[in-house]
Design a protein around this ligand. Sequence first.
Ligand code: ADE
Length: 367
Amino acid sequence: MAIKRSSPNSKSAAQAKKPEGKKVDSFQAESGKRLVSANAESKETERSEVGIRPQSLEEYIGQKELKKILKIAIAAAQGRKESLDHLLLYGPPGLGKTTMSLILASEMGVNCKITSAPALERPRDITGLLVGLKEGDMLFVDEIHRLNRMTEELLYPAMEDYRLDVTIGKGQSSKTRSISLPKFTLIGATTKVGSLSSPLRDRFGLVQRLRFYETDELTTIVLRTAKILNTKITETGAQEIACRSRGTPRIANRLLKRVRDYAQVEKVDTIDVELANIALDVFDVDKKGLDWTDRLVLSTMIEQFNGGPVGLEAIAAATGEDSRTIEEVYEPYLLQIGYLNRTHRGRVATALAYEHLDYEGYQGKLF
Ligand code: ADE
């Protein structure tokens, strides 16, 4: 049985019921948006990133291995005067897949059209985009694991032979016509590479993963963004924000903006480590970047399921969160920092999670 050490800052899952109505005192809960979610939930999120996105590989901080590989691919394609090979970028949200694609287009001196799989519902959605491409152009398809079958099948000959096979008419009198397309580059982005069909995955010449960022890389990103936003910040202030950003630039930049708001309201000129600490505590983002829901997931596992193993659906039912959201949004980072393990019998909270949430009674489990 896990026992919670008493601490003024640590609430148990039972105590941590979701705040309701006007009692809400965290900014995050009030706006209904999760501060530490890396999902590009809205057009507003995308827009807020426009001015601060790096414009070249030189400016892009982190992802050293990926940059090395892409630099070679760009130089080789330019040397042959060809378009870049189709590229599949995968990894958790917020790590810079769209940014990297825009940089690639700019380095190759071509246009990049951006869309996402859910927007490609009808065959004419993808055909419209493909026929509008010029030689060398890039087409970025976000969430590519969510393409429907028909759209995916239209993409096969387009990717392989730069050919679009369209069916004209219906029933027995229908005919197939082939339209040739300019040589283009498809950039697919996904958080779930395992959900891609193998015929689609195999058509990408380059398959690359984006990794979570190190704290020093995120610190440099925060300092760079602060400069663009004309916000004064100390190195240690930036480091404090970086530590709580779950290895994710999108979250780091979002937290910086919220801390900047706090500094402005408190009439503080420069964000230092003390101010960053106070502001991030107000926003309920803890020292490891966990928010209320992360802590609820872990404390529910510990208190109601003795730390696990417990199935995803059971966690979802007990916390009232959607199982897909737990799997795609919360889990990747909890796995990354070693607070959660996935075993064949279910999810397990680790000793690190017990320690972070101030529980005694961790029983090491062997699987
Ligand atoms: N802003 C967001 N991601 C970035 C990155 N990788 N490098 C520089 N600035 C960024």
